[in-house]
Design a protein around this ligand. Structure first.
Ligand SMILES: Cc1cc2nc3c(=O)[nH]c(=O)nc-3n(C[C@H](O)[C@H](O)[C@H](O)COP(=O)(O)OP(=O)(O)OC[C@H]3O[C@@H](n4cnc5c(N)ncnc54)[C@H](O)[C@@H]3O)c2cc1C
Length: 382
């Protein structure tokens, strides 16, 4: 059976569900598709920057008001492999909330606003039918379905559906693995703790219900020596960092919360468009260290929904939409990505023992590092 809608959003993570919510509110009949069923655990540090919280509020999602109790953080505590430690105040108050809860809240909002959400369904093919319509083919338990839409938006995260290629060569790039587990029994005061190790870093931060999130980004080479399961990898990396080992030993992993993602490749430039626009991690993958991936997912979703609205109302052609969104995304994110990559390189340098000295030598560098990748808090979204 062929179903016809105005817009199809592929991927129901934070980018896809917020874009769907915005498009539905604009009056467009929107279908949101995801290969997983929700709620689900997601590889993420679950550190919500002040900008993320602000954009969620703009979308009408206030985790406090919706019954969740996010934690609060006002500083980063950096712990180096050889014992050096220092603290950096965060620019604004950050929050911690699991993606299990947050993504579900966004789905509820999108559903309430009238969006159609279909989960457990894999998008296997997307093609353009003519200058202003697409066909999207899905598969669910061996059954194929076909949808037609005037607009398609790619919010599929780091893994692209078949046939959607990268505009940049990926050869020679460092490949990372991301892992995450929730822990009970670790009391984290209002801070995010960053443990730098050979081959990567592990963040520990408080989330809702007194739990802690432990998330790591490690090079593929490092992970191959550590183990196969998420718990083995976290235990393995903690053997290279005494303070991390002591911290993790205070609690125990919460069963069922262990997830991983690989390969993770950090973007060199934003990739706003293939045959259709991309948002969130499909647009650009920022080093997780910056704690801004969710903020970019939301910001790009809102930017894209704004020009999508003009296209769907016939005020822009498809190529006009492409030009507009590509310009918007480039202006918004290119510079930020450049700075974030510098920070990532610093974090992975073997000489990071020198890092605290460097921070003290250059007044203001610490807060520059914390602020450099943040989108400004005062922006309006539409
Ligand atoms: C280790 C690690 C730690 C991080 N920590 C933080 C942090 O503390 N704070 C922060 O702000 N950001 C953090 N990030 C980044 C953040 O998690 C991402 O930027 C964010 O999840 C991107 O959201 P998204 O909606 O673009 O993608 P996702 O949340 O990945 O959603 C994409 C969705 O698309 C679906 N999908 C993919 N392909 C298909 C298909 N073919 N058919 C149907 N569905 C499909 C997937 O199932 C998925 O649900 C971290 C990332 C990593 C790896």
């Amino acid at each position: 059976m062929l179903k016809q809608v105005d817009a199809i959003v592929i991927g129901a993570g934070i980018a896809g569900s917020s874009c769907t919510l915005e498009l539905t509110r604009q009056g467009h009949k929107t279908l949101l598709l995801d290969r997983l069923s929700f709620p689900r655990h997601k590889t993420c540090g679950e550190f919500m920057s002040p900008e993320t919280r602000e954009m969620l509020e703009y979308l009408g999602v206030n985790p406090h008001r919706h019954g969740a109790e996010p934690s609060s953080m006002d500083k980063a505590h950096i712990i180096l492999p050889h014992g050096g430690e220092f603290e950096v105040p965060l620019p604004g108050r950050a929050s911690g909330i699991s993606r299990y809860t947050l993504d579900q809240l966004l789905h509820e909002k999108a559903s309430e606003s009238g969006a159609d959400i279909v989960t457990n369904v894999v998008v296997t093919d997307i093609h353009k039918l003519d200058t202003n319509s697409y066909e999207v083919i899905t598969r669910q338990e061996g059954v194929e379905a076909r949808y037609q839409a005037k607009a398609v938006i790619g919010a599929f995260g780091t893994k692209r559906p078949r046939g959607v290629s990268h505009s940049q060569s990926r050869e020679g790039e460092q490949v990372y693995v991301g892992v995450k587990s929730h822990y009970s029994g670790i009391h984290v005061p209002s801070q995010v703790e960053m443990y730098f190790c050979e081959g990567g870093y592990v963040g520990i931060s408080p989330i809702e219900n007194g739990l802690a999130n432990a998330a790591a980004l490690l090079t593929l080479d490092a992970v191959q020596k550590l183990g196969k399961s998420v718990t083995d990898i976290l235990e393995g990396v903690s053997r290279t960092h005494a303070k991390l080992a002591a911290r993790l030993a205070e609690g125990s992993p919460v069963p069922g919360t262990q997830v991983s993602v690989a390969p993770v490749r950090l973007s060199r430039v934003p990739e706003p468009w293939s045959d259709f626009p991309h948002i969130g991690d499909a647009l650009l993958v920022l080093p997780p260290l910056c704690g801004d991936g969710m903020s970019i997912a939301l910001r790009s979703a809102l930017l894209c929904a704004r020009s999508a609205d003009r296209y769907l109302r016939g005020h822009l052609s498809l190529s006009g939409w492409k030009d507009q969104y590509s310009r918007d995304a480039d202006r918004e994110f290119r510079q930020l990505l450049r700075r974030a990559r510098i920070i990532q390189r610093l974090a992975f340098t073997k000489a990071n023992r020198l890092y605290p000295g460097l921070i003290r030598l250059v007044p203001g560098l610490a807060s520059y590092l914390a602020k450099a990748t943040r989108l400004t808090e005062t922006r309006t979204f539409v």
